[in-house]
Design a protein around this ligand. Structure first.
Ligand code: PMP
Length: 439
C-alpha cells in the first residue's frame, strides 16, 4: 500500500541515487520478464535494464555462454587484442550492418553507451577538421562530460560550466507536439526545410558542423519516432553538405523496434552507428560502427583499458545468434503492433492518455491533463504529477515501467523482446488498474 511504498522510498533514497527513487525495491532474483524482490513480491519487468536485457533475465543461452567461457581456459580480458571469440562476434556484427559486409569497421569502446558516443564525436571532429555538432531537442546520448553537451535536455547540465562546444540544437520532429504547430505531414517538410536552410545559411554565420547526431526513436526523450521521410531527407542533406551522420542506436538497436536497427526502416546508410545496451546480452559493451572511409584512427589514437570484454562478447554473441535464429525482429514487430493496439484501446477509456507511440517493443504513452486548455498545437498540456503517480501505482501492482520525456510525462514500455502475449496481457491489466486509480 501507499504507506509501505513511501517507507521504502525513504529507505532507498538514502542508499541509492537514481532508479530506486522511483522503483524502491531490492531485487532478489529474476527470470525472463519477471523480477522477485527480497520480500518475495513479483513484478513484470518492462524496463529490461533500460533495454539491455533483450532476452530478459537469465536466459539459458546467455547463462550457458558464461558458464562455457568460465569452464574453458579462454581469456577473460585481452584489452583490444583479437581472440577467435572476438573475430566471431565481429563477423556476426558486420553481417548486420549496412548493405555490404565490408562497408563498416568496428571500434570497440567501452564499457557503456556514452563511451561509444564520445568516440563518434571525437572521430567526426578529427575526420572533418570541423568542431561543431548538431543535435536535437529531447535527444539523449549519455551523461559523460563530452556527451552531455549533445544531450538535448537542460536538467542534467545545470551548474556545469564549459561543456563541449559548439553544439547547436534543432527541433526534433515530434508527431504529437510539433515545434512548428502543424499537422504531421506538413510538419515533416517544415522541419526539413528548417534543417536544410539552417545548415546552408552561411551568410548568417552558420558554421558547417562536423556531424549531426540523432536517435531514430528518442528513448529517454519520451519515445519519439522520427518520421521515415524526415530521416531520408536528413541523410540527403548531410550527404550533400558533406556532414557526417551519426545514428545513436544504443537503445533502438538489436531488434528492439522490430528491425535489427531502427535506421533500416528509412533505408539510410549512417556514417557512424553507435551500439551498446543489448549488444552485450546483459554485460557491458559498446561498439562504434564506422564507415570505412572515415576509419582515420591509427593504432593508439583511441584507446582505453576495458574495450570489448570477452565475457560480454560471449553473452552478446549468444544473444545476437538467438535473435537471428528465432527471427526476433519479426516477432517484436508483430507482438509490438498488437500491444500498441491494445494500449490504444485503453485510450478510449482514459482521457488522461494523450498519445501512444513507438515501434516494436519500444512504446511510450504520454500522460496529459484534459481538463486544462488546449495548447496552440492542439494537444493538452502534459501532466508530470499524474504520470509519476501512475508509475508508482503500476509498481505497487507489480509492474515496472520507466518514464521519459520532458518532466517525465511519458510512460515507457521496454519489455524483454521475447515477452509473451500472456505476459503483456498482465501488463495491460495492471496498467488498466493503475490508470483507473488516476483518472
Ligand atoms: N544513447 C542512447 C540513445 C541511450 O538511450 C543511452 C542510455 N539510455 C545512451 C546513449 C547512454 O548509454 P549509457 O547509459 O550506457 O552510457
Amino acid at each position: 500500500d501507499n504507506e509501505c511504498y513511501l517507507h521504502r522510498q525513504a529507505n532507498f533514497e538514502s542508499k541509492v541515487r537514481s532508479y530506486p527513487r522511483k522503483l524502491p525495491f531490492a531485487i532478489q532474483s529474476a527470470t525472463g520478464a519477471w523480477i522477485t524482490d527480497v520480500e518475495g513480491n513479483k513484478y513484470i519487468d518492462c524496463l529490461s535494464g533500460a533495454g539491455t536485457l533483450a532476452l530478459g533475465h537469465n536466459h539459458p543461452v546467455v547463462t550457458e555462454s558464461i558458464k562455457q567461457l568460465l569452464d574453458s581456459n579462454l581469456p577473460m580480458h585481452t584489452l583490444d587484442i583479437t581472440t577467435p571469440l572476438k573475430d566471431k562476434f565481429s563477423e556476426f556484427l558486420y553481417t548486420l550492418l549496412g548493405t555490404s559486409s565490408d562497408e563498416y569497421c568496428l571500434q570497440f569502446c567501452g564499457p557503456t553507451g556514452a563511451d561509444a558516443v564520445e568516440a563518434a564525436l571525437k572521430l567526426a571532429k578529427q575526420v572533418t577538421g570541423r568542431s561543431g555538432i548538431v543535435s536535437f531537442s529531447g535527444g539523449y546520448h549519455g551523461m559523460t562530460h563530452g556527451v552531455l553537451a549533445v544531450t538535448g535536455n537542460l536538467a542534467p547540465k545545470q551548474g556545469i560550466e564549459g561543456l563541449m562546444s559548439p553544439v547547436q540544437f534543432l527541433p526534433y520532429p515530434n508527431a504529437y507536439r510539433c515545434a512548428f504547430g502543424l499537422s504531421n505531414e506538413q510538419s515533416v517538410s517544415a522541419h526539413i526545410t528548417y534543417f536544410e536552410n539552417f545548415l546552408k545559411d552561411v551568410e548568417s554565420g552558420v558554421v558547417k558542423p562536423a556531424a549531426v547526431i540523432l536517435e531514430v526513436i528518442q528513448g529517454e526523450g519520451g519515445v519519439n519516432p522520427a518520421p521515415i521521410e524526415w530521416l531520408k531527407q536528413v541523410r540527403r542533406v548531410t550527404k550533400e553538405l558533406d556532414i557526417l551522420l551519426i545514428i545513436d542506436e544504443v537503445q533502438t538497436g538489436f531488434c528492439r523496434t522490430g528491425r535489427w536497427f531502427a535506421y533500416q526502416y528509412a533505408d539510410i546508410d549512417p556514417d557512424m552507428i553507435v551500439m551498446s545496451k543489448a549488444i552485450g546480452g546483459g554485460l557491458p559493451m559498446a561498439v562504434l560502427g564506422i564507415k570505412k572511409q572515415y576509419d582515420a584512427w591509427q593504432a593508439g589514437n583511441h584507446s582505453g583499458t576495458f574495450r570489448g570484454n570477452q565475457l560480454a562478447m560471449a553473452t552478446g554473441l549468444a544473444t545476437l545468434e538467438y535473435l537471428k535464429e528465432n527471427d526476433m525482429a519479426a516477432y517484436v514487430a508483430e507482438i509490438g503492433a498488437w500491444f500498441m493496439s491494445e494500449l490504444k484501446s485503453l485510450q478510449q477509456c482514459y482521457p488522461r492518455i494523450g498519445h501512444i507511440r513507438g515501434r516494436g517493443l519500444m512504446i511510450g504513452m504520454e500522460i496529459i491533463n484534459p481538463s486544462l486548455l488546449k495548447q496552440t498545437d492542439g494537444s493538452y498540456p502534459a501532466d508530470s504529477v499524474v504520470a509519476a503517480n501512475i508509475q508508482q501505482d503500476c509498481f505497487k501492482r507489480g509492474l515496472v515501467i520507466e518514464k521519459g520525456g520532458r518532466g517525465g510525462t511519458v510512460l515507457r514500455f521496454l519489455p524483454p523482446l521475447n515477452v509473451t502475449k500472456e505476459e503483456l496481457q498482465q501488463v495491460l491489466e495492471k496498467l488498466d488498474s493503475a490508470l483507473q486509480a488516476n483518472q
